[in-house]
Design a protein around this ligand. Sequence first.
Ligand code: 6PG
Length: 232
Amino acid sequence: MPWIEHDHADVGALVAHVADVFVEASREAIHARGQAWLALAGGRTPLPVYARLAGVGLGGVVSAIPTDERCVPHDHPACNLRALRDAFAADANIVANPLTREDGDVDASLAQARALLAVNPQAFDAVLLGMGADGHFASLFPGAANLAEGMAIDSGIDAIATLPDPLPPEAPFARISLTLPRLLHARAIHLVVTGADKRVVLRNAQHDAASKFPVAALLHAPGPHVHIHWSP
Ligand code: 6PG
């Protein structure tokens, strides 16, 4: 199996474990390469992980980017960058870099994201992903017209602009998303999932590499094992 499963009793235990893993990965990277380079999902579940990272004193610089971003102004409540910066407020050595332009313009943001990734071609020290009930991860949504462009393993494309279809009611915006191959260019990948309904989606994706759920392609892709962290 290309994945490793970690089941946790509750969300608190999941957060504590994943935070420990990211603290260790960051410290190792700082020691070995001078700084850590992380790609971090938005959404609700991982934010307490980021707050813990900022609270321990990592002893060096961490450079982070969102795995995906909503195309909204940076001061908008739905902006993932804003959520990351808030969560990292306690540690000035953790820098969250924008995938989007300040005003959220889609085309200019895509150019900015690609430029940022072009000058940072190194493997991520660790990637943290969430998963939606529709099987999306990052902003690779099942109904998007250009999903295939985001999922193509050999595309050489680091980021896409995409419009989920249907638009998720809680965040009805165009997105910039890292592509599957860019996310796989990592030393470690951690997928954080909570709830019984999402576990059903996960099981389907684990058993069927050709599942309609985009997360199946992540789980069955060549590359590092995906660590799946689940809690009720
Ligand atoms: C985002 C995401 C997205 C998220 C999942 C899970 O910006 O919304 O990066 O892929 O991780 O939708 O979200 P929850 O953690 O809120 O369940």
